[in-house]
Design a protein around this ligand. Structure first.
Ligand SMILES: [Zn+2]
Length: 348
């Protein structure tokens, strides 16, 4: 057989293989609670931050992670063994995004206090801060890395922490120490350099860290809806938002109109192979840092819409929780995840 014929046969084989993959490949869309299989939900008991009660000085509910996990186990009936548990991330992976100089600076309690916006931390010894604060964040950061892996395999995944979108390569800010989402994306790009990612950032604050880290990466698209009057008002980072939606304190209906206007447009334009949803419950009415007016029902609807659009477009979606540490936050996030799961898993 001539080389040309072989080549034509090979091409035909490729086309048939692609077509059958398109026809038969579907995301598994139903998990059963009673099955042996784990759910693509990532959680560790190490996520909570306990600094000898000092965390109570802060406006953060630093136990929100275990509260959400408890909500899912007690109210939804998912046993804890169903969650994937991450290991602590090592410096090698942090260096995919951060500079060594920055990582070294996190051994200076004054730097840590500045990023956590909690002055009293400057008086604590380095080893305590590493053990009681930064190690928790290392677990949470690797949780996002693991969840990205699971999202690519299963079609969706949720890390019950993460979304530290103010962390830049060489600095932290607004409680963002490690740029978990950029690290997770870079790990995926190592395997698939062509992977395009859409970051949907609905936290009440502008995601300036992610924007700066990906400023020269044309494979990454960012849709950012945030309160324009909030920290950080980073004009330099703003230049790298592909779909920039700074808003005032809108009511739920108007807010959801902005979501409905921008979400399909961003997905259509970016054509991503992965969506990272930086959800952010600080858009909730009453959150002292977010200063927005989204009701409980509005927030649940918002999260549902993002999942619905991603899954309808057959794009894997990874959700991270990002900001929102008011006392009401954990409960609303629990309800919202329960609402998302209703369409994903069979509770029997
Ligand atoms: Zn925020």
């Amino acid at each position: 057989m001539g080389k040309l014929k072989l080549f034509v046969l090979f091409l035909l084989f490729c086309v048939l293989a692609f077509l059958s993959w398109r026809i038969f490949y579907e995301f598994p869309d139903e998990w059963s609670i009673s099955s042996e299989k784990k759910l693509p939900i990532v959680y560790s008991d190490n996520y909570d931050i306990t600094l000898f009660g000092l965390q109570k000085l802060h406006s953060f509910d630093s136990q929100k992670y275990s509260k959400i996990a408890t909500y899912l186990t007690e109210r939804v009936g998912i046993s804890k063994e169903k969650f994937h548990a991450p290991k602590k991330i090592g410096d090698d992976d942090l260096l995919l995004v951060h500079t060594q100089k920055y990582l070294d600076s996190l051994h200076n309690p004054a730097v840590v206090a500045g990023i956590a916006e909690l002055g009293v931390l400057a008086k604590m010894p380095d080893f305590v801060l590493q053990e009681r604060l930064l190690d928790s964040l290392r677990f949470a950061t690797n949780g996002t890395v693991l969840a990205a892996e699971l999202a690519m395999e299963e079609g969706w995944a949720i890390n019950l922490a993460g979304g530290y979108h103010h962390a830049k390569a060489d600095s932290g800010g607004g409680f963002g120490f490690f740029a978990d989402v950029p690290i997770a994306i870079k790990k995926q790009q190592e395997k698939n350099p062509k992977l395009k990612v859409l970051i949907i950032d609905f936290d009440a604050h502008q995601g300036n860290g992610n924007e700066m880290i990906f400023s020269d990466d044309r494979r990454i698209f960012i849709l950012d809806i945030y309160n324009r009057n909030n920290y950080p008002q980073d004009e330099e980072a703003k230049k790298y938002i592909d779909f920039d939606r700074p808003i005032g304190s809108l009511g739920s209906d108007e807010y959801l109109d902005v979501v409905l206007e921008s979400l399909p447009l961003a997905i259509k334009n970016a054509q991503p192979g992965l969506i990272v949803y930086n959800s952010g419950s600080d858009a909730l009415l009453g959150d002292s840092l977010g200063k927005m007016n989204l009701t409980r029902e509005g927030l649940i609807k918002r999260d549902e819409l993002v999942f619905e659009y991603a899954l309808k477009s057959k794009i894997p979606i990874l959700m991270v929780l990002s900001g929102g540490y008011s006392p009401a936050s954990a409960g609303v996030i629990g309800e919202s995840i329960e609402n998302i799961l209703k369409n994903r898993i069979k509770v029997d």
